[in-house]
Design a binder for this molecule. Structure first.
Ligand code: FES
Ligand code: MG
Length: 571
């Protein structure tokens, strides 16, 4: 039999070999499990604090069944699980920490190939980043979205409807009791957010990159075919090990470019940019913020899902799922890629990409929107760029000049936003400072700040908003995000004052603060940075090493990879 990496543990004939095998046998492993067969690590992001991933124990069992069927030796291990809804101050703060956990767990253990069980937003990028920094054969099993939310006869979407309900409560259209009832209507099954939020975006991303079996992304968590997909992925990873189909062979420049185009076509989250750049950094692919605009902004929107459209992930699956999108985009996508199946997308989807509902997935000749991908705007307010998602924005606001209404912190925003004396009208530009990677810390999803009550009561639902934070992939609005450099490190965003005029021109890719360079220099002289968010622990490490959003917000020393080799034994 061919020698795999794990033979450096289990294949040893000396004292170390005894140590490596004997303790494993206390788990009830028969001796032939150590005969040199591929050892498959199942990286489980299960946690009851991560509701989107709380069903992963059953997926892990399905994967194990598949691994055993194919003659492999499955071993499941936990890593830090990041839940979007509970973790304070943000799950994003810990994405890089979880990636370190994944990387070191994979490298340090006798693993020949790895299955990543991912679901909630950050659990996909963190594990893929970690796996990319090791470089073993890797397959992702996306955990699947929840079933459609059902509330009083209408479909409601995770996140997207939370923002709507919040507005409706403020304007008196909805009672607190209605809202509490809607909570259980929204989250009525296992799975992650079923809008095209960041979790669904990440599932589409890994399928587009080629890291999953074909069609994996859209299958609802509660659908029995999700378990089948998990089992088949378990079978497949054993062969990937035998074929030495390592993650770097899948994650090529072409694969990243395909993913950018697919993200535009599905109306994926703005968080996609940050996560894809961080993954690219780990695998040594040079990806720039501008690449997303260059490759994605001319791709049409083909998927009619909230928040850009009206349907949900369950509908996407029944309409045919991502293979239909890949087929519609076939003239735009690189064919010289290899996916986890060992074939390219085109070969994977042949004969399996009929669209069953044209109202959910449009054809490329009749798209829902002509130009959908995220756009990068630049100017003196964001010298290294900022991001806006046109499919979630109001067309009339894409070229806008307005008076700045500045919030100096998230606390300042909460304290004053519904104050009747706040000097604001619908034409103003809301500016929020100190919500970037360093400033918050961990770049929260507050960029889609709710409008003032008095504006909502006029029936106005959108205004231009600018910050160095992110917004949930489930959110919508004319929101300029990820301003880089961020305010906490002295970006010009920190210097904006109430009454300054700001110009946004999406078509011209421009974000301009109408204040002279001399005046900005003068304001900068008087500016001092905020106190660091922490002086010890991981947060201290994070604020001292995190890169700006335009580079993917990875820690600077994590960029790159270290391979899978570990030369020394522990005893
Ligand atoms: Fe986990 Fe939305 S909160 S995917
Ligand atoms: Mg989210």
């Amino acid at each position: 039999m061919e020698k795999f990496r794990s033979s450096g543990w289990f294949g040893k004939k000396d004292k170390d070999g005894i140590i490596y095998r004997s303790w494993m046998k206390n788990e009830g492993m028969p001796p032939d499990m150590f005969d040199g067969r591929p050892v498959i690590g199942i990286c489980n992001t299960f946690s009851e604090f991560t509701p989107c991933n709380a069903h992963f124990r059953t997926h892990a069992e399905s994967v194990k069944r598949g691994v055993l069927e194919a003659g492999g030796f499955p071993l499941e291990f936990p890593i830090m699980s990041l839940g979007e809804t509970l973790l304070k101050p943000t799950a994003m703060l810990f994405r890089n920490l979880a990636s370190m956990d994944a990387e070191e767990s994979i490298r340090g253990n006798p693993i020949d190939g790895v299955v990543l069980l991912t679901g909630c937003d950050k659990t996909t990028p963190s594990t893929v980043m970690g796996a990319a920094s090791v470089g073993l054969p890797t397959i992702v099993v996306p955990g699947g979205p929840m079933l459609n939310g059902k509330y009083k006869g209408t479909d409601i979407g995770s996140g997207t409807h939370v923002w709507k309900f919040d507005e409706d409560m403020k304007t008196g259209r909805m009672t607190v009791e209605d809202c509490e009832f809607a909570e259980s209507c929204m989250s009525r099954s296992i799975g992650h957010c079923m809008t095209m939020g960041t979790a669904s975006t990440m599932a589409c991303m890994v399928e587009a990159l080629g890291l999953t079996l074909s069609g994996a992304a859209a299958i609802p968590a509660a659908d029995s075919r999700k378990k089948v997909m998990a089992q088949l992925s378990g079978r497949r990873i054993v062969d990937m090990v035998k074929e030495n189909l390592t993650i770097d062979k899948i994650l090529t420049k072409e694969a990243f470019e395909n993913a950018i185009k697919v993200n535009a076509a599905v109306g994926g989250s703005s968080n996609f940019l940050i996560h894809l750049m961080a993954i690219a950094g780990r695998i040594g692919i040079d990806l720039k913020l501008e690449d997303f605009d260059r490759l994605g902004s001319n791709i049409p929107l083909l998927l009619n899902l909230m928040p850009s459209g009206k349907y949900l992930m369950e509908d996407f699956y029944y309409a045919g799922g991502l293979p239909v999108i890949l087929n519609e985009l076939k003239d735009h996508l690189h064919k010289n890629v290899i996916t986890a199946t060992g074939k390219n997308h085109h070969e994977n989807i042949t004969g399996k990409c009929d669209c069953y509902n044209a109202d959910v997935i449009a054809s490329i000749d009749k798209p829902f929107i002509e130009h959908a991908g995220c756009v990068v705007v630049k100017g003196n307010l964001a010298e290294n760029g900022a991001v806006i998602k046109p499919s979630a924005a109001t067309p009339a606001l894409m070229k806008h000049r307005g008076r700045a209404v500045v919030f100096e912190s998230i606390e300042d925003y909460h304290a004053r936003i519904d104050d009747d004396n706040l000097d604001i009208d619908a034409g103003c530009v809301m500016v929020l400072k100190y919500v970037g990677p360093v400033g918050y810390p961990g770049m929260p999803e507050v960029g889609n700040m709710a409008l003032p009550k008095k504006i909502l009561q006029q029936g106005i639902t959108d205004m231009v908003r600018i910050s160095d934070g992110r917004m949930s992939g489930t959110a919508y609005g004319t929101v300029v995000l990820h301003v880089s450099p961020e305010s906490a490190i002295g970006g010009n965003l920190a210097l904006v004052q109430n009454g300054d005029m700001i110009e946004l021109d999406v078509e011209q890719r421009r974000l301009h603060l109408d204040v002279s360079d001399e005046e900005l220099a003068e304001r900068k002289r008087k500016w001092s940075p905020p106190a660091p968010a922490a002086t010890r622990g991981y947060v201290n490490l994070y604020v001292n090493h995190v890169q700006q959003a335009d580079k993917g917000a990875d820690l600077d020393f994590l960029v790159g990879n270290s391979g899978s080799e570990v030369t020394r034994d522990s005893h």
